[in-house]
Design a protein around this ligand. Structure first.
Ligand code: CAA
Length: 258
């Protein structure tokens, strides 16, 4: 499939998606989100791929939903037609890990897209924010829900109500991002993390992703129960036998994704 608003590259077992609307700071219009959804689905169903990285440019991961495209929408366009965010949830259906490598602005839908990924690695120049209030609207792709879970209610309220941006250091302190690296190291760091994940057993990786995500959807006792069932299920895989045998034989494991 030909893409115009993203660049899709395959680097060994890692799928790298670069958001690419440089003139609009990667503003997330329908076309970009459709292309992103298609690329993610194709990588998820590609057996040769074990991890996915989404990145943007040095200046912007994404500056939010496309304001020019939505400025004149009516309530009926957005409600009945479900315009703007109708295809944004595709990323949540992806079963392989998705890492956001964020440099520059991750604002509005850009911050929300990064938060939909499994973890965020940020460059030192990254800036996160939910400035929708300045546009007379509010976050529409999970910002008011994922931000409090990621960084506490107090900081989430502060960001959504004042529209202030959070720099990379604060985002790391607050737990929004997992690591901060110099800008020139961002892609290298994200690809190295993806390659590490890709060297593991894919079914176990998928079980871990599923189990961690369950923590956001259920009670602690249900989540622990769910985790225990997956832990037990892992003993039905060949990769568990290989991983433990390799440890005991003091060698590296060779996983078959079985
Ligand atoms: N939508 C459409 N175009 C955008 C855009 C957006 N979200 N963000 C930036 N652009 C465009 C600008 O209009 C500009 O285009 P022109 O050159 O044609 O004028 C170009 O990108 C460069 O932007 P700036 O000149 O503004 O660059 P800057 O360096 O001065 O400022 C910025 C950068 C602070 C990120 C600023 O562009 C900005 O505030 N952008 C909007 C951020 C925003 O409000 N995001 C939330 C969108 S709503 C949303 O996302 C809803 C949701 O939850 C789903």
């Amino acid at each position: 499939m030909e893409f115009e608003c993203i660049i899709l590259e395959i680097k060994e077992k890692v799928g790298l998606i670069t958001l690419h609307r440089p003139k609009a700071l990667n503003a997330l219009n329908d076309q970009l989100m459709n292309e992103l959804g298609s690329a993610l689905k194709s990588l998820d169903s590609n057996e040769a791929i074990q991890c996915i990285v989404i990145t943007g440019s040095e200046k912007a991961f994404a500056a939010g939903a496309d304001i020019a495209a939505m400025a004149n929408y009516s309530f009926m366009d957005t409600y009945k037609g479900d315009y703007i965010t109708r295809n944004w949830e595709t990323i949540r259906q992806i079963r392989k890990p998705v890492i956001a490598a964020v440099a520059g602005y991750a604002l509005g839908g850009g911050c929300e897209l990064a938060m939909m990924c499994d973890f965020i690695i940020a460059a030192e120049n990254a800036k996160f924010g939910q400035p929708e209030i300045k546009l007379g609207t509010l976050p529409g792709a999970g910002g008011t829900q994922r931000l409090p879970r990621a960084i506490s209610k107090s900081k989430a309220m502060d960001m959504c109500l004042t529209a202030r941006m959070m720099d990379a250091a604060e985002a790391e302190r607050a737990g929004l991002v997992s690591r901060v690296v110099p800008q020139e190291m961002l892609l290298e760091e994200a690809m190295a993390a993806a390659s590490t994940i890709a060297s593991m057993s894919l079914p176990i990786v998928m079980m871990i992703k599923e189990s961690v995500n369950r923590a956001y959807e259920t009670t602690l006792s249900e989540g622990v129960h769910f985790e225990r069932r997956l832990f037990q299920a892992s003993f039905g895989t060949e990769d568990q036998k290989e991983g433990m045998a390799a440890f005991l034989e003091k060698r590296s494991a060779v996983f078959k994704n079985q």
